[in-house]
Design a protein around this ligand. Sequence first.
Ligand SMILES: Cc1ncc(C[n+]2csc(CCOP(=O)(O)OP(=O)(O)O)c2C)c(N)n1
Length: 369
Amino acid sequence: MIKDTQRFEPFTRDPIALVNEHGEWVGPFDLDLDEEQLRALYRDMVAARLLDERLLLLQRSGKTSFAMEAAGHEGIQIAIAHTVKRGFDWLFPYYRDHGMLLALGVPAVEIFGETLATRADPAKGRQMPNHPGSKPLNAFTVASPIASHIPPATGAAISAKIQNTGQVVVTTFGDGATSEGDWHAGVNFASAQGAPVVFVVENNRYAISVDLQKQTGSENLAVKAKAYGMPGYYLDGMDVLASYYVMQEVIERTRAGAGPALVEAVVYRYGPHSSADDDRLYRPKEEVEHWKQRDPLERFRRFLERQELWTPEWEAELREAAEAELARALEEAEAAGPVPEAWMFDDVYAEPLWPQIEQRRLLEEELGA
Ligand SMILES: Cc1ncc(C[n+]2csc(CCOP(=O)(O)OP(=O)(O)O)c2C)c(N)n1
């Protein structure tokens, strides 16, 4: 049911925030999350940050070929994982969402398996790093093109609507993706069909080296929703509580049949675009420093400290537990061993056709298997 009193307005001039830089609650309503929910949000943000660091280390130490950092994106990502119905709703993520997927419940061993292309990857090491997915958790496997998952997200939502399942689809992407024709086609069709899908742009201001101002003349990305007749929420994506409450309300409206919505979550990525990018060539150091002062983890930590829910001891405990879990998962992913070469012919079709059978035979002959 849609609540009579909606808390948030679309198309605000400034990004919606509920906690200020000092960690003070500035929301126009009373906080109604319990201590356990608040602690869980922080725990998942810390875990996401630590996972990020681990993935980069794997690339730096030569264990894998590529890494895409998501530090700075935790507010919106963890909020999404906490506001969807896990394993029931559908997620169509993009390549920077490993923290969100971890918080959703994707086992770390699978994320590391994907990163290292070992047998621990449910997708059998088919893709380069940062392309996870999870069938049991309804997380559509990441595809490299920046907006190719938008029309499928809309299609899945139309399917949910036709079958009246009550599921909502949430799809995420970067600011650059909003310039793609596929993005507009998917968003437009969702609106025309009243499909239960929430489009979330993780706007970190850059598409590799391209500044947002070169991407669009729009005043922001949320206003693009107007063209498609849906609400567009302009959100401080580094404020995990604002992200939580906005996503909760938007998902609820969408689930109740109000149709799709667009959420622009303003974030910042602290690292380069990827391990193959040198961001010093296009981003002033001062700019990065400026945004580091707005770290979503630190802001929420201050908030929790004010609520007397945070202590240095608890932080140390959290980090130790998360590190231990990640180390265990990494070990397990490595121990699974590399995927066999011949797997490259699997799953092209449900049953292999003669070219896959013949090519597989030739390869195995070559490998002396
Ligand atoms: C269709 C398509 N064109 C180009 C690329 C190459 N590419 C990879 S990431 C990227 C930038 C995407 O930026 P944005 O959507 O803002 O997301 P961010 O990486 O900043 O999170 C580009 C152009 C691609 N993956 N897909």
